[in-house]
Design a protein around this ligand. Structure first.
Ligand code: BGP
Length: 469
């Protein structure tokens, strides 16, 4: 739809950006922190591990001052479960509580709204040893951890996100490093784990409403619209299949407390049906989010795959196999350009995604990730001219405004990432931040913080409330 007059961003719009604990904090074994699955897995060849990352743990004051200088209204970060409960459950680590109290208080001092992700890929290794999400006891451990977070930080934190990108952990756990390589029949087991994670999320949402009636809680999946590769009805059906498996399984459960019909028939066909214990569906139905948070980087395009072979490809060459016999196959999209890392750039796809989510769930939305990973260059004069990032973000913010004019309720935009950090797939060389962190893959240098050109640009975007792009 073409609009002659665009709606303004509301004055309360939450402009900010995001990070996650394991990619940003470093200090992986300091002050009582226990190891997470990210710390115990073998490092990828040729790229940095996460032991030091951007050393935010020791630089948080400086980092938050930079966010404040950009005029941030909100900041999304994750709490490392293993700083709070080093073994995932049991003994509480008061130094972990202290650290996040300091971060939250520092943010509030500048009037920045903290948005807390409770779990961003870093399951405590001690829980993984006992079966991780295959073990129903992990559900209880997550609920107890959630209770501790609400008790300690709930007086100041209003926005809570349960689990970051649960759908990516299930679909692409091997690429993220969250998949337990010893799983015998990964897909079947993963959907059992998925069921347990959905229950853990539901219990945390119920608890949040009970303990913090004024807080707002949401799931935080990675959602992207799925296009059919052609108008061929078989391709349209394949897109429907992938949409259900990739997106709606997670949001239908979070919002309506039921399994998506298409997904359930897919489970039955493939033998992935999870075991559901008595009472599970009641818990799932009783939980409700207040809003939907989602991460968006790119769209997906798929075609029909009625043969019996697995297909690979698609998803912007993220080295992720996409496709499943009889369900869908990844496909290219000639209309979209790609980033230097091969991810397809699709700003209009964000508008489609916003419209579709709002249509399905009628809940306010917050974008909790969106951004461009690139090889930035620190010039000799100390500048970083990341005009390509500005271009990417500008185009996506324009689409947010169009979607809001279409009628969707969007109340926050927190792109990835506030400051440079270690990427999930490609180390330090792939940067996303508004602030450059001066380190290489293996040479930590001084970890100096340097404002990129996008820093100044985003500052103007925020101070003009999105009217100057
Ligand atoms: C999302 C994760 C983030 C972040 C981002 C970019 O899936 O939630 O943690 O890493 O993707 O991915 P990458 O760092 O691999 O480029």
């Amino acid at each position: 739809m073409k609009h002659n007059q665009l709606k303004e961003f509301p004055p309360t719009f939450l402009w900010g950006a995001s990070t996650s604990a394991y990619q940003f904090e470093g200090a992986w074994n300091e002050d009582g922190k226990g190891p997470s699955v990210i710390d115990t897995r073998s490092p990828r060849e040729g790229i940095s591990d996460y032991t030091v990352a951007s050393n935010h743990y020791h630089h948080y004051r400086e980092d938050i001052a930079l966010l404040a200088e950009m005029g941030f209204k909100a900041y999304r970060f994750s709490i490392a479960w293993t700083r709070i409960y080093p073994q995932g459950t049991g003994q509480l680590n008061s130094q972990g509580i202290r650290f996040y109290n300091d971060v939250i208080n520092e943010l509030l001092r500048y009037g920045i709204e903290p948005i807390v992700t409770m779990y961003h890929f870093d399951l405590p290794a001690a829980l993984e040893k006992q079966g991780g999400w295959s073990n129903r006891r992990t559900i209880d451990a997550f609920e107890a951890y959630a209770k501790t977070l609400f008790e300690n930080f709930g007086d100041r934190v209003k926005y809570w996100l349960t689990i970051n990108e649960q759908n990516m952990m299930i679909l692409h756990g091997s690429a993220l490093g969250t998949l337990d390589p010893s799983l015998q029949d990964p897909k079947k087991e993963l959907y059992q784990q998925n069921h347990h994670m959905l229950l853990a999320q539901a219990k945390a949402m119920i608890l949040c409403k009970k303990m913090l009636p004024h807080a707002k809680v949401a799931p935080a999946p990675n959602i992207s619209c799925v296009y059919p590769a052609s108008p061929c009805p078989d391709d349209v059906l394949a897109a429907d299949n992938f949409n259900a498996i990739r997106n709606w399984l997670y949001l239908d459960m979070a919002v309506y407390g039921r399994y998506n019909t298409l997904v359930w028939s897919y489970f039955e066909e493939k033998g992935y049906t999870p075991k559901i214990a008595e009472g599970d569906m009641d818990i799932l139905a009783a939980a409700q989010p207040d809003f939907i948070a989602f991460n968006y980087y790119s769209s997906a395009t798929v075609k029909s795959n009625l043969r019996d072979t697995e297909e690979k490809g698609g998803m912007g060459d993220q080295q992720i196999a996409v496709g499943e016999a009889g369900v869908y196959a990844g496909s290219g999209n000639e209309y979209l350009e790609r980033t230097a890392f091969g991810w397809r750039i699709d700003p209009a796809g964000l508008r489609v995604t916003l419209r579709t989510i709002y249509d399905r769930y009628q809940l306010p939305m917050m974008i909790t990730e969106n951004g461009l990973g690139a090889h930035d260059t620190l010039e000799e004069d100390g500048t970083v001219n990341d005009h390509y990032r500005i271009d990417y973000l500008r185009k996506h913010i324009e689409q947010c405004r169009l979607a809001m004019t279409d009628g969707v309720e969007l109340f926050g935009y927190c792109p990835w990432s506030a400051v440079d950090l270690v990427s999930t797939h490609q180390g330090v060389s792939k940067r996303y931040g508004f602030v450059y962190v001066d380190r290489d893959e293996f040479n930590l240098k001084q970890l100096r913080r340097i404002r990129k050109n996008s820093f100044y640009w985003y500052k103007d975007v925020i101070s003009s409330n999105g009217s100057v792009l």
